[in-house]
Design a protein around this ligand. Structure first.
Ligand SMILES: Cc1cc2nc3c(=O)[nH]c(=O)nc-3n(C[C@H](O)[C@H](O)[C@H](O)COP(=O)(O)O)c2cc1C
Length: 507
């Protein structure tokens, strides 16, 4: 199904707003715990036109602060207890519908205004039969208070510049349902999603496609058919039949998408393994809450949740554990590294090479990247050679390890001054190399990087490699400082440097 936007122009002719069309679309339905950012991005990748977020309660959202997260490139709505209630990003800005639970027009408007600039549309949940929603007069409780529905929707339609929609369940008769939707239509909403079940019906009960069809025929506002996941829509091909049976041009899928989001793809379905992997990558990239990631993956595994992989997943506590269960450790570590580097750079507020004093220590945000140096050459080796050439005391390295992620940071003392990188490394060896780089850069001494130009610090024989399988640095370390083999970088003597950027502990 094609997705298109209508660009509405203001009188002066300049672009005022990009308005969504709710006709001919296939949407990811709102789902508590499931409809967080990774799932929404996944659904968009596979071809969903619109993605609804999970229902977020107005009282909680109204307390949130909008925070631009420069590390993740997201906009976060953060609660007073620091919890991220809603995370979104540029990629979904024109496609994400923010669903709220509300029973109060004023509060609804406060929340809508809070998120208005970051989402494509606002939706009000009028279909949730769960007690936590209905006891506050929200969700399906609104269905028995049409005046309240109208008050909330009018307030939103007039108060925000983006489209407003709502999602309802059907009422006991077709006439009552049509009459309610007619009142809703008069408020100026852009669409109404109709879950074709009564308030007290469970998802396993048959869907009333005839109710949805009757509503779609009676009104001109776009109707989005919902509720077909179990019996009617199993694959992408079934979506067309669902449209035909309900007489609507738009449909919304919840469970079918939760089980395998590639239901949105015309070339799908894709194997679950691939879908779960794609999902997990987004979860890691956007630092989704690990328990939420675990919950969603368990939903996808369904009856395979007791498989060996399912058991590993159930035991997992962190994204590191979950990644291990899915063979994505490498991706996890690399992504974590990249985010950590960015975080440190942003925290220091400086470009990577800016020199900062931390007490009496010279620091720079430097990461040691093995690929930037020829085989057999390292900054630590260069620093050692410099100390010899200048007849100075050899560099002395001190190591610390932090508890939360067991990362290392080394401080090198050279010529009476201390140097360290403000970035933490995954191995002791790399931490020492990073400290050496800082020292060499501050002192303006060559560090041996590829493209740096020839230096007489390390002779050509050493630049080309060693003849006895031992690097100069290692020999020197053994000769001078008695440093243990473990603490000293062991370059790959077979000339195989494919994994050279990976700290040895992780290979
Ligand atoms: C895990 C889960 C969470 C849900 N959370 C919400 C929600 O936050 N808001 C809402 O309007 N409906 C919610 N629903 C209902 C779905 O949006 C949808 O109306 C229902 O599942 C029927 O559609 P389906 O047959 O495609 O699953 C949820 C459903 C599921 C399975």
């Amino acid at each position: 199904m094609s997705f298109y936007v209508l660009k509405s122009l203001c009188l002066s002719g300049s672009l005022m707003a990009v308005r969504l069309s709710f006709r001919n679309i296939t949407a990811l339905a709102p789902m508590v715990r499931v409809g967080t950012l990774p799932m929404r991005l996944l659904a968009l990748d596979y071809g969903a036109d619109l993605v609804y977020c999970e229902e977020l309660i107005d009282i909680k959202m109204a307390q949130c602060q909008r925070v631009v997260n420069e590390v993740l490139d997201t906009v976060d709505f953060v609660a007073p207890d620091e919890r991220v209630m809603f995370r979104t990003c540029e990629r979904e800005k024109e496609r994400v519908v923010f669903q709220m639970g509300t029973a109060d027009p004023d509060r609804a408007l406060i929340v809508a205004k809070l998120v208005e600039k970051d989402v494509a549309a606002i939706d009000v949940n009028m279909g949730c039969p769960k007690e936590y929603s209905t006891k506050g007069g929200m969700g399906a409780a609104l269905l028995s208070d049409p005046d309240k529905i109208v008050a909330i929707l009018r307030m939103l339609v007039t108060g925000v510049s983006i489209p407003v929609t709502c999602k309802i369940r059907i009422l006991p008769t077709v006439e009552e349902t049509v009459s309610l939707v007619r009142r809703i239509e008069e408020t100026g909403v852009a669409a109404v999603a109709v879950h074709g079940r009564l308030r007290d019906e469970r998802p396993r009960h048959p869907l009333h496609c005839d109710f949805i069809r009757a509503v779609a025929e009676a009104v001109s506002v776009p109707i989005i058919a919902n509720g077909g996941s179990l019996d009617l829509v199993k694959t992408h091909a079934d979506i067309e039949e669902f449209r035909r049976r309900t007489g609507t041009s738009s449909v919304m899928l919840a469970r079918a998408a939760m089980w395998n989001a590639s239901v949105f793809s015309s070339s799908g379905p894709f194997p679950l393994e691939r879908v779960m992997e794609d999902y997990l990558k987004y979860a890691i990239r956007y630092e989704n809450h690990a328990f939420n990631t675990k919950y969603c993956l368990c939903q996808m595994l369904r009856d395979k949740v007791e498989s060996p992989q399912g058991k590993l997943l159930q035991a997992a506590q962190t994204h590191a554990d979950i990644s291990a269960a899915f063979g994505l450790q490498q991706f996890f570590l690399q992504t974590e590294d990249q985010l950590q580097q960015k975080r440190s750079r942003l925290q220091s507020g400086c470009p990577p090479d800016a020199l900062l004093m931390d007490g009496d220590v010279c620091t720079m945000a430097v990461k040691f990247l093995r690929r930037e140096y020829p085989p057999h050459i390292s900054p630590k080796m260069f620093l050692l050679e410099w100390s010899r050439k200048e007849k100075l005391q050899q560099p002395l390295y001190e190591m610390v390890q932090r508890s939360q992620d067991r990362a290392f940071q080394s401080t090198v003392t050279f010529a009476g001054q201390k140097y360290r990188s403000s970035l933490w490394e995954k191995s002791k060896k790399f931490a020492e190399q990073a400290a050496s780089v800082v020292c060499l850069r501050v002192l303006g001494i060559p560090e041996g990087r590829i493209g740096e130009g020839e230096s007489d610090l390390v002779c050509k024989r050493k630049r080309d490699g060693t003849t006895n399988g031992t690097t100069e640095e290692e020999r020197s370390s053994k000769r001078h400082s008695g440093e243990s083999q473990l603490e000293t970088e062991t370059l790959n003597v077979n000339g195989d440097h494919d994994n050279a950027d990976t700290p040895p502990e992780r290979r």
